[in-house]
Design a protein around this ligand. Structure first.
Ligand SMILES: Cc1cc2nc3c(=O)[nH]c(=O)nc-3n(C[C@H](O)[C@H](O)[C@H](O)COP(=O)(O)OP(=O)(O)OC[C@H]3O[C@@H](n4cnc5c(N)ncnc54)[C@H](O)[C@@H]3O)c2cc1C
Length: 390
């Protein structure tokens, strides 16, 4: 049986120096006070152009990002590939509002697709629709486009064309592409376009993958319904299964606007649905191709067991595991050690622009119960192991 405790495998690509750096980094971001103080200080320092870029580059950026450009990411991607881990280049720029920026982001996403062409170690590309369209437009068009004014209709068409351009290129380059899931009040619109793209581009192979956030109590049913639709219409349903990243925001908005929260009543309900969704997709592998995006040891383990029970080869191309760069290496590397398909999101972009992403990683590692101490314990275990054999 696979075990995630093998730290030799987990940290094989990390030098002692890298390991020490990761140790101090997780130690610092494990302290809520440091993260709380560090966030505004870093933003301020970058704003007034204090020379802190070098420090960020050598620390938090190095841990969680591949580089500032695709070319800079290549070393890191090669390192991952040596251990059998695939890369999912993620151009992590957020908060843009101008058409010119959206078009630039599309070109960058297309460059990630082209980087993946004929390269089995780049199994997927990824994008967020809110990175190539205005959030407000997505909100207004979430349920229907009927009430959009002329200007919005024009912007909607531009957004649609951009998504289509990406999916068409993914199909040509034969690099599958994930569409990330976002807040529930823009997700209907994302789902609608994602499934339309699948109907067009997933006839022969799963190319377009939509993301299902199982922390929403309606998503297991959604998954089942979409599987039946895909079966009827004759296309592959590509799914990235995650728990979901916007829980607090979702609950807060629901409370403020007095509607019933879309989020599961508790973590246990979320975990149950995640595991049921894995079982369901395994049983419908003729239609569904999927990637489990999770740092949860039990869920990852369960998926390996389900595959074994169903005589599915670890390297079956319809099933992938994915984690984020710099997090849960013990899961990623031990999975590939047992020949499972694994991809790591490799975020990249100019340092100033990926700061929101980096600060979210810091926040997440501070707030996810046990996540930082788990990373720290594993690093300490590996440091002791290395000392003992010296
Ligand atoms: C490769 C990859 C891709 C991702 N893509 C996306 C994406 O496109 N969209 C997106 O939203 N997120 C995405 N995420 C983030 C993901 O949704 C989770 O926030 C994160 O991975 C933590 O969940 P977990 O399964 O790793 O671990 P766990 O630590 O087991 O789960 C933590 C998660 O459980 C849920 N949860 C916690 N407490 C409760 C509660 N009381 N009630 C209900 N649910 C609860 C929340 O979703 C929380 O994030 C991605 C993650 C990865 C690794």
């Amino acid at each position: 049986m696979i075990s995630f405790d093998n730290t030799k495998v987990a940290f094989q690509s990390k030098s002692d120096r890298d390991l020490n750096m990761a140790y101090w980094l997780f130690k610092i971001i494990g302290m809520p006070v440091m993260v709380k103080m560090g966030k505004p200080l870093t933003n301020f320092a970058l704003k007034i152009k204090l020379p802190i870029k070098g420090i960020i580059q050598k620390t938090i950026f190095k841990q969680f990002c591949g580089g500032e450009t695709i070319v800079e990411c290549r070393n890191r991607m090669n390192e991952l590939a040596e251990s059998g881990v695939g890369s999912i280049l993620d151009y992590s720029i957020e908060g843009k509002t101008e058409e010119v920026d959206f078009n630039h982001t599309v070109e960058e996403i297309i460059a990630t697709l082209d980087e993946g062409k004929n390269n089995p170690k780049i199994p997927f590309a990824v994008f967020k629709i809110s990175g190539i369209a205005r959030f407000g437009l997505m909100e207004r068009s979430n349920l229907s486009c009927d009430d959009l004014d002329e200007k919005d209709l024009d912007s909607y068409k531009k957004m649609y064309d951009r998504i289509e351009k990406i999916c068409r290129r993914a199909h040509e380059a034969k690099t599958a592409v994930f569409i990330d899931a976002e807040e529930s009040w823009i997700q209907n619109g994302i789902d609608k376009i994602a499934y339309e793209m699948m109907e067009k581009y997933n006839k022969e192979n799963p190319i377009v993958y939509n993301t299902v956030q199982i922390y929403r109590h309606d998503r297991l049913d959604h998954l089942k319904k979409q599987t039946e639709i895909a079966r009827q219409k004759g296309y592959h349903l590509g799914i990235k299964l995650v728990r979901g990243a916007y829980m607090e925001k979702e609950r807060k908005r629901a409370a403020e606007k007095a509607y019933s929260s879309p989020i599961q009543p508790n973590k246990a309900a979320c975990d149950l649905d995640f595991n049921d969704a894995l079982r369901y997709m395994i049983n419908n592998l003729d239609v569904v191709a999927f990637c489990a995006g999770s740092h949860n040891e039990e869920s990852n383990l369960l998926l390996t067991e389900l595959m074994k029970e169903n005589n599915i080869e670890p390297s079956n191309p319809r099933i992938y595991f994915a984690q984020l760069l710099g997090m849960s290496d013990h899961i990623s590397f031990n999975l590939t050690h047992h020949h499972f398909n694994v991809g790591k999101y490799v975020p990249y972009g100019p340092i100033e622009e990926v700061m929101p992403y980096l600060l979210r990683r810091a926040d997440e590692n501070t707030s996810v119960a046990g996540q930082t101490s788990r990373e720290l314990n594993l690093i300490m275990k590996e440091r002791s192991r290395r000392k003992a054999i010296r």
